[in-house]
Design a protein around this ligand. Structure first.
Ligand code: TPP
Ligand code: MG
Length: 561
């Protein structure tokens, strides 16, 4: 086939295909022209063009989350690559595979006042599993071999071990538009198989003995992709009298026997109950926890052991009590643990005490919501309860994710939030990328400030009628009216909570969205069914809540006794 004459780009394209990559998000530029030519001329790769590299990388992140496969990203030289950094950091701390490919000038031209040139090699080093640098001149004795081996190596890294981003920097010399007749799929493919280890039975038994009833065991799962097998293992564990399983809204794990509203139940506990419910062993799996309350509580305990299960890039001692790091799949470990614990069922009231209080907390929560005035909390309560069947939900950072933590999300098909590094910079793009690869509908609930940050996503061609978005206008960063570090500062409104001036209705119409709005619970309950059943266009629902009252209602929630 006729394609670029740059061999490195053709080898890379062959190997992306051979290693099963399907989606590539490209951003325009000239240095990356050979990459764009090589990739876009191959039918086996689906290409998507996004101008803003910051948004492009978040869209790729959303695609990767949704498809559970690495997504490739291609940009030109210069600041283009640096704009990938926020999403790459999110992917690194969220364990999401991305293959970042940047075009660069030959090394001899760096720092020589050639335009759009900066140090790209290792620019993302702290946030990628591995990076490599492919030279511009491969016409030396081992040139092709080095290029082939290096790219195979980095793609193997991308597909194995702890998932995360990798970075390939490709140097390309002029002319950038020269062509040749290339024999496609001619590159040698190196594969790796890495059989997943189980614990030896004796070791599983030994660990099981350490957790035998009546030892009080608290299992807490952070963010996680939906996982049926993990769900079953945890459900089995949660039936034991001495084991309590807690999940968060973005754990995507559900059972009647889990405590899935951590912040809600902790807000209900008095000091006596807190000391009665102290665990002896805390086991965590999944990503970083959203709940500040549970982290603070466990950090404040004496004499508690913490085991963390899962592949982490360093030792993560989040509660300052870590005593065991189990570097393996949580699904396999917890399944083995569930079996090992079946022989240990001696009576213990630990789990039943928690569940008694959980029921009481649900009643007290419902009472509070039923009398709360129109506010962020009441709007969220309505929305979360009415997310339609099979819809995926994305939440922005700020208070959106925190409100979801208080609600019952068990009916929601899949729930996601950028909690790897908790940025507000790419929530809309991430939801859009995921929506593009999901056949059902995706609902994003975004704060007004987060939405303003990431408006580039609206103009994308990936937008479809399956994308629905709620923007909550609560006078900017509502979280700053709530958290103690800023809530009482005189600078709060000017420098933190900062209102946003957003002509959302005009924007929505300009970009072909249906537009709905609600300024009270009555309006919300009238307009919401129309909003969710609008099949013709992507749709946005603007909800307006009073900023001060919203902050007070949330603060009062946590001192409601
Ligand atoms: C890229 C980035 N910049 C700044 C922050 C700090 N930050 C956290 S929440 C927030 C405000 C979010 O406001 P909004 O989206 O309106 O949500 P609300 O708090 O009102 O729910 C900011 C600025 C961040 N997380 N990420
Ligand atoms: Mg806001």
């Amino acid at each position: 086939m006729i394609t670029t004459d740059k061999l490195s780009c053709n080898i890379l394209t062959d190997l992306l295909i051979a290693h099963g990559i399907e989606n590539v998000v490209l951003s325009p530029g000239s240095r990356n022209a050979p990459l764009v030519i090589a990739i876009s001329r191959r039918e086996k790769l689906r290409t998507h063009v996004i101008i803003d590299e910051r948004s492009a990388a978040f869209i790729a992140l959303g695609m990767s989350i949704q498809s559970a496969k690495p997504v490739a990203l291609v940009c030109t030289s210069g600041t283009a690559l640096l704009n990938y950094a926020p999403a790459v950091a999110e992917a690194f701390y969220r364990s999401v595979p991305l293959i970042v490919i940047s075009a660069d000038r030959p090394e001899e031209w760096i720092d020589q006042d050639d335009s759009q040139t900066l140090w790209q090699q290792n620019a993302l080093a702290p946030y990628v599993k591995r990076s490599c640098d492919i030279g511009a001149h491969l016409n030396f004795e081992n040139g092709n071999w080095v290029c082939n081996r290096t790219i195979n190596d980095i793609l193997i890294e991308s597909l194995n071990g702890r998932p995360g981003p990798v970075h390939i920097n490709i140097r390309l010399d002029n002319p950038l538009n020269a062509m040749l007749d290339y024999n496609m799929d001619s590159s040698r493919v190196i594969r790796q198989i890495a059989p997943q280890e189980e614990l030896r039975t004796a070791e599983a038994r030994r660990l099981g003995d350490l957790l035998a009833s009546p030892r009080r065991v608290l299992i807490i799962i952070g963010f996680h992709q939906p996982d049926e097998r993990l769900n079953r293992a945890l459900a089995k564990l949660s039936k034991l009298p001495n084991v309590v399983v807690m999940t968060e809204s973005i754990s995507n794990l559900h059972s009647q026997s889990f405590i899935s509203r951590i912040d809600m139940i902790l807000s209900e506990l008095d000091d006596d109950e807190k000391s009665k419910l102290l665990p002896e062993v805390v086991i965590t799996a999944g990503g970083a926890l959203v709940s500040r309350h549970i982290k603070d509580w466990i950090r404040s305990m004496d004499n508690v052991e913490h085991w963390h299960i899962g592949q982490t890039h360093v030792t993560v001692d989040c509660f300052k009590h870590l005593s065991l790091r189990v570097e393996m799949s949580a699904t396999i470990f917890l399944r083995q643990l569930a079996s090992a614990l079946q022989i240990h069922k001696s009576p213990c009231r630990y789990a039943s005490e928690w569940h008694k209080i959980y029921s009481r907390a649900i009643s007290s929560h419902n009472r509070y919501i039923s009398t709360a005035p129109w506010s962020d909390l009441s709007a969220f309560s309505y929305i979360i309860a009415h997310v339609p069947h099979k819809w995926n939900l994305h939440l922005s950072n700020g208070t959106s994710i925190r409100y979801a933590q208080l609600m019952d999300c068990s009916h929601i098909h899949r729930c996601e939030c950028n909690r790897g590094v908790s940025g507000i910079d790419g929530c809309t793009s991430t939801a859009l990328g995921a929506s593009y690869l999901y056949a059902g509908n995706t609902l994003l609930i975004s704060g007004d400030m987060s939405f303003q940050y990431d408006m580039a996503a609206l103009s994308s061609e990936l937008m479809s009628p399956r994308f629905k978005m709620i923007v909550l206008f609560n006078g900017g960063g509502g979280i700053f009216r709530f958290i103690p570090s800023t809530a009482s500062l005189p600078e709060r409104e000017k420098f933190f909570a900062v209102g946003v001036n957003l002509p959302l209705k005009d924007l929505a119409h300009g970009y072909g969205f249906s537009y709905y709005e609600a300024k009270s619970m009555d309006e919300l309950s009238q307009v919401f069914p129309k909003f969710v059943s609008d099949d013709m266009n992507p749709a946005v629902l603007a909800i307006f809540t009073p900023p001060e009252i919203s902050a007070d209602v949330l603060k009062q929630y946590f001192v409601r006794q």
